[in-house]
Design a protein around this ligand. Sequence first.
Ligand SMILES: [Zn+2]
Length: 303
Amino acid sequence: MKIRLLVPAVGISVISLFISLFLLGHFEIYAQRERVVGPHVKQTASVTKVVSTRSSTFARAAAENARLRGSLTWVFGGKTQTGWTIYVPLISHTIGTDAAPESDEFALALSNWQGDSGILPSGILDAATLAAFTKHWQSRRLGRSGLISSDSLRAAPIGEFFDPTRAPDLLQLDQETYAAYQKMVAAAVRDLGQELKATKTGELAPDEKFFRIVSAYRSPEYQAALRRREPNAGRAALAKHSPHSTGHALDIYVGGEPVRTLDSNRLIQVQTPAYKWLVKNAHRFGFYPYFYEPWHWEYVPGK
Ligand SMILES: [Zn+2]
């Protein structure tokens, strides 16, 4: 009798245990689903919030950039400078965008570069950011490598020079630099097509001035004479230790007055196809710019 009663009781207990386990399991699955669904919904909401915050941030940054590109005050070479429009081609190349400087897209690309460079990723091209750019550009230039050994100098044909009456002792440059320059100009002639006058064999036509060498190697004596002639020229205009005395620096004709630092002249130069091409391509041939002088390029292979 006791056993008869016990069997159904055990049976009921086992069944209720199964029901409990089933409900518990079901609840757990439900709870898990809640946990999965819950944060996902929240995340979607916060992503939307982040995206809208970011786009309005960049709209504000873009408006600031539109204002600052012509008005930011900064100092370089002992002179007060205004705005950064002259440097837009270099900046755009450095941050990897072709977007207009007053666009949200430019501000976004700038903020990425700022983040990578360890500065506040505001998307605003302010004085601190401009200082970071100039430091970056200057770091790729020739160091104080001193005087060139004269056996690496060679004279280039007068036809390579901007001034066909240039003195014979001013036609020299480092021979490796000259070979790289020739390769670079051949590529520019191929790429720029109708923008340049070229011969049938793919060289610059004799009357084409763009890409011609304005100045190459300068002996320390010649540099000193230049400084004596212009004693009041700013530090940026005429350096005491010129990279030209290494034989690895070239002034290349990129438009306007060949080597004049006046803002209006440099604004003309930085808009020429020749300059824009150099900004995007010169590094492939080992040439890096001096940002302040659109015509000045230095051969620093492997840097
Ligand atoms: Zn120069």
